[in-house]
Design a protein around this ligand. Structure first.
Ligand SMILES: Nc1ncnc2c1ncn2[C@@H]1O[C@H](COP(=O)(O)OP(=O)(O)OP(=O)(O)O)[C@@H](O)[C@H]1O
Ligand SMILES: [Mg+2]
Length: 203
C-alpha cells in the first residue's frame, strides 16, 4: 500500500468536461450468467451509441482477462479482484465523459455493490446503471455458444457460475432484460430509452 501519494486534480472539472464535449459519462453495468447475452447486447449497444456520434466504450470479460487482468483466475478471491479493477477502470472511463458498457458475469452482489459505491463516492457522483441480463439456466445452457456449460457439466471446468459456483441475482437493478423474451434490438432500445429518460444522453 503506497503512503506518500497525493491526488493531483485536473484543470477541467468533470462537469466542465461534459459541457465542453457535449456528453456526460455513465457506467452501464451488465451482469448475468454466461451466455445470458451480455457481450451480444453490449456490442449492439456500443454500436448504436457510436452511430449516434456518442462516445461509448465496451469493457468485456474475456477481453479484459487477456490483458489487464491476465494474472487472475476464477477463484472467489480472483473474481473479486477482477471486478474491483473493472469497477475502478469503468469509473475512470465514465469520468472521461464516455458511456461505458461493461459485460462481466460479476456473480457476487458484494462486488457489484462495491463498483456501485465507488461511482457514488466519486466527485461528482457518476451514474451507475445495473442491468440484469436475465435468462433461465436451462436457456443459457442450451445456447452454450462457447461450449462451456458442456465442459462444466463434465467436470472439466471448476467453479463455473450457475453450475458449481453461485450467481447472486441483483435485488434492485435499474434495468432487467429477459433475453429469452426480448430481442437484442429490444434490449438496446430499452437501455437507450432509460439513458434518454434519465437525461444521460440527449438526442
Ligand atoms: N435476446 C438475446 N439477447 C442476447 N443474446 C441472445 C439473445 N437471444 C439469443 N442470444 C444468443 O445468446 C448468446 C449469448 O452469448 P454472449 O456471448 O453474448 O453471452 P455472455 O453473457 O457475454 O456470456 P459470457 O459471460 O460467457 O461472456 C449468443 O449466441 C446470442 O446470439
Ligand atoms: Mg461475454
Amino acid at each position: 500500500m503506497a503512503t506518500n501519494i497525493t491526488f493531483h486534480p485536473g484543470a477541467v472539472s468533470t462537469e466542465e468536461r461534459a459541457e465542453l464535449l457535449g456528453q456526460k459519462g455513465a457506467t452501464i453495468w451488465l451482469t448475468g450468467l454466461s451466455a445470458s447475452g451480455k457481450s451480444t447486447i453490449a456490442t449492439a449497444l456500443e454500436q448504436h451509441l457510436l452511430h449516434l456520434k456518442l462516445h461509448a466504450f465496451r469493457l468485456d470479460g474475456d477481453n479484459v482477462r487477456f490483458g489487464l487482468n491476465k494474472d487472475l483466475g476464477f477463484s472467489p478471491k480472483d473474481r473479486e479482484e477482477n471486478i474491483r479493477r473493472i469497477g475502478e477502470v469503468s469509473l475512470l472511463f465514465s469520468q472521461s465523459s464516455t458511456l461505458t458498457v461493461t459485460a462481466f458475469i460479476s456473480p457476487y452482489k458484494s462486488d457489484r455493490d462495491l463498483a456501485r459505491a465507488l461511482h457514488a463516492a466519486a466527485s461528482p457522483p457518476t451514474p451507475f446503471i445495473e442491468v440484469f441480463v436475465d435468462a433461465p439456466l436451462s436457456v443459457v445452457e442450451s445456447r452454450d455458444p462457447k461450449g462451456l456449460y458442456k465442459k462444466a457439466r463434465a467436470g472439466e471446468i471448476k467453479e463455473f457460475t450457475g453450475i458449481s459456483s453461485p450467481y447472486e441475482e441483483p435485488d434492485a437493478p435499474e434495468i432487467v432484460i429477459k433475453t429469452d423474451e426480448l430481442s437484442v434490438e429490444g434490449a438496446v432500445e430499452k437501455i437507450f430509452g432509460y439513458l434518454v429518460e434519465k437525461g444521460l444522453v440527449t438526442i
